[in-house]
Design a protein around this ligand. Structure first.
Ligand code: KIV
Ligand code: ZN
Length: 532
C-alpha cells in the first residue's frame, strides 16, 4: 500500500496486522523485544501488508521493540501508533523512521461519549487536534493513517467531517474503528456507505476496518466493511486484543480466500504459514488456541462422526470447505531421528524459518538430544515447540536444574526441585502439594522466594501418538506482573516445572524492564543540575 496518487487494486484486500499492538494490550501478555521481532519476521513470511509494531510513547521498551522491528523486517509497512499529541507522533516517528516503509497511525475519538467523558473537550477541539496531528505526521512521513476512535458509536456526520479534514491534510489511509465491538454487519456496512456519500474524497484513499469482538461479530463486521468498499482489514493472529479481542487474522483471510467466488476479493498472504504463525503467537503470549477455533484449531479439520469420516475418505470436499494443507496444518512430516547431528538440526530449523547459530544452536541441540533419547521420531511440530521454548530466554532468569516427585494413592505428593536463581546460585527446596504438579509449583515458589499466584494452567500434546511431547502453558502473577511461560517435555511433570520457571523468569524480566523505565522517567523529570 503506497501513498496518495497510487490507484488502489480493488480486488486486493490489505492485511494490517495489529498482534503486536492491539493484541499485546491483552491482559497477561508481555512479550520481550526478541519475541516481538520473531513474531514480526513470521508475519513477514506470512506476507502481511502492514505490521503495527507498537505504541512507542507508552514506554521506552515498546519504542525500542518497534525500532528493532523497523530494522529487522523489510517487506511490510512498519507502523507506529500515536494519539494526536505531538510527543506521541514524535515518538512514533523516531521508532519507525529506519523502516524502508514507515507509517504513522494517529487517532482521536469522534463519539460524544468519549469526547465528553474521556477527552473532556469539544467537537471543535477534536477537529483541530486531528488536523494538526495528521499535518505533523505528514511532515515526517508520506504514509499516514487516521482513525476516528469509537466511530461506530459516533455521529456519522461529525465523523465524516473529521475524516474529510484528515484526508485534506494528506492521510493515505482512513480507518473506521468499532472500538467497543458494538456494531452489527448491516449497520457497519451502512456506516461506510454514508461516509463515502458524505466524503467522496475517501474513494481516493485507502479505507480500513478495525473491529473488536465483544459481541462475537469482529470477523462478520470486518467482512461487511470490506463489502462496503474498505480495502484494509486490521486484525490480529488468533484474534487476540483488548477485552474480547480483535478480528481474527486467519479467519478473515480464509473467508476471503474460500469465498472469492462471491466477492472476487483476496489477500496476498501465503496462507500455508497461518498455522505456524498461530502456534508461535500462542506460545509466546501464553494464549492457548481453543481446539475448535476456526481455521487453526487442533480440531478445525478433524472429523469425529462416522458419516463425516466416511464421506471425507471417499472425497475430502464432502465435509471440508478448505484444505488443511492450504493453512499449513499438515506440517507433521518426520524431519529428524535420534542420530541426526547438529548440521541436520540447523538445516531443519532453517526450513522451519528459525535461524539458530552459535550458543543458541548448541543449546537447541542439547535439548534435541535429550528429547530424541526418549522419543523415536522428532517431527517438525516437535522441533518448533522445543525451539520456541528455548528461544524464550530472558535476561533475568531462573533455570530448572532438576526435579523429583514422589506420589501415589496412599501418600501426599512431595516434590524436590533444584533451581539456578538470577544470582547464579543453586537453590534446592522441597514441598508437598495437592497433587504432583502443585507440589512442584510450591517447591519452586519456596526455592525462588517468590509469592507467585497461579492464574491458569493447561496441557496439550504437540503431536498425536503415545510418545507425544506434552506442552504446558502457565500464567501466573509474580513480581507485580502477569506473565506466562511454556514448557515442553515428554513428561508433563517436567513440562509443568519448565513452564512455571519460565513464567517466573518472564515476570522477573518484565518487572526489571519496568523498574528501569521508572528510573529513567524519574531522571528525565528531575531539573537539570546547574552548570559550574
Ligand atoms: O479499537 C480502537 O479504536 C483502536 C484504535 C487505536 C484504532 O485500537
Ligand atoms: Zn482496537
Amino acid at each position: 500500500m503506497s501513498g496518495r496518487g497510487s490507484v488502489p487494486d480493488r480486488s486486493r484486500v490489505h492485511i494490517f496486522d495489529t498482534t503486536l499492538r492491539d493484541g499485546e494490550q491483552s491482559p497477561g501478555i508481555s512479550l520481550n523485544a526478541q519475541e516481538k521481532v520473531e513474531i514480526a519476521q513470521q508475519l513477514e513470511r506470512l506476507g502481511v501488508d502492514v505490521i503495527e509494531a507498537g505504541f512507542p510513547i507508552t514506554s521506552p521498551g515498546d519504542a525500542e521493540s518497534v525500532r528493532a522491528i523497523a530494522r529487522a523486517v523489510e517487506g511490510p509497512v512498519i507502523c507506529g501508533l500515536a494519539r494526536t499529541h505531538k510527543a506521541d507522533i514524535d515518538a512514533a516517528w523516531a521508532a519507525i523512521k529506519e523502516s524502508a516503509r514507515p507509517r504513522i497511525h494517529t487517532f482521536i475519538s469522534t463519539s460524544d461519549i468519549h469526547i465528553e467523558h474521556q477527552l473532556q473537550t469539544t467537537r471543535d477541539d477534536v477537529k483541530g487536534q486531528a488536523r494538526a496531528a495528521v499535518a505533523l505526521a505528514k511532515s515526517y512521513c508520506d504514509d499516514v493513517e487516521f482513525s476516528p476512535m469509537d466511530a461506530t458509536r459516533a455521529d456519522p456526520e461529525f465523523t465524516a467531517e473529521v475524516c474529510a479534514i484528515a484526508v485534506a491534510e494528506g492521510a493515505t489511509v482512513v480507518n473506521i474503528p468499532d472500538t467497543v465491538g458494538y456494531t452489527t454487519p448491516e449497520e457497519y456496512r451502512r456506516y461506510f456507505e454514508r461516509l463515502f456519500e458524505l466524503v467522496p474524497e475517501l474513494r481516493g484513499v485507502h479505507t480500513s476496518v478495525h473491529c473488536h469482538d465483544d459481541l462475537g461479530l469482529a470477523v462478520a463486521n470486518s467482512y461487511a466493511g470490506v463489502l462496503a468498499g474498505a480495502r484494509q482489514v486490521e486484525c490480529a493472529v488468533n484474534g487476540i486484543g483488548e477485552r474480547a479481542g480483535n478480528c481474527s487474522l486467519e479467519e478473515i483471510v480464509m473467508l476471503l480466500r474460500t469465498r472469492t467466488d462471491v466477492h472476487g476479493l483476496d489477500t496476498g498472504l501465503d496462507t500455508r504459514e497461518l498455522a505456524r504463525t498461530s502456534r508461535m503467537v500462542s506460545r509466546f503470549t501464553g494464549y492457548v488456541v481453543q481446539p475448535n477455533k476456526a481455521v487453526v484449531g487442533r480440531n478445525a479439520f478433524a472429523h469425529e462422526s462416522g458419516i463425516h469420516q466416511d464421506g471425507v475418505l471417499k472425497e475430502r470436499t464432502t465435509y471440508e470447505i478448505m484444505d488443511a494443507r492450504d493453512v499449513g496444518l499438515d506440517s507433521n512430516s518426520i524431519v529428524l531421528g535420534k542420530h541426526s547431528g547438529r548440521h541436520a538440526l540447523r538445516d531443519a530449523l532453517e526450513q522451519l524459518g528459525f535461524k539458530v547459530e552459535g550458543n543458541a544452536l548448541n543449546q537447541a541441540f542439547a535439548r534435541f538430544k535429550e528429547i530424541a533419547d526418549k522419543k523415536k521420531q522428532i517431527t517438525a511440530l516437535d522441533l518448533e515447540a522445543i525451539v520456541s521454548e528455548e528461544m524464550r530466554e530472558s535476561a533475568e532468569r531462573y533455570a530448572l536444574e532438576s526435579f523429583e516427585v514422589e506420589a501415589g494413592s496412599h501418600r501426599a505428593p512431595r516434590a524436590r526441585v533444584a533451581l539456578r536463581v538470577p544470582s547464579g546460585e543453586e537453590v534446592v527446596a522441597e514441598a508437598s502439594g495437592d497433587g504432583p504438579v502443585d507440589a512442584i509449583f510450591v517447591a519452586i515458589r519456596e526455592a525462588t522466594g517468590t509469592d507467585s499466584e497461579l492464574r491458569s494452567y493447561s496441557v496439550a500434546a504437540v503431536t498425536a501418538g503415545e510418545d507425544a511431547l506434552g506442552e504446558v502453558t502457565v500464567t501466573l502473577r509474580a513480581h507485580g506482573r502477569l506473565a506466562s511461560g511454556q514448557g515442553v517435555a515428554t513428561d508433563i511433570l517436567e513440562a509443568s516445572a519448565r513452564a512455571y520457571v519460565r513464567a517466573l523468569s518472564n515476570a522477573l524480566e518484565g518487572a526489571a524492564v519496568r523498574e528501569a523505565e521508572e528510573v529513567a522517567a524519574e531522571a528525565a523529570s528531575e531539573p537539570a543540575t546547574p552548570g559550574p
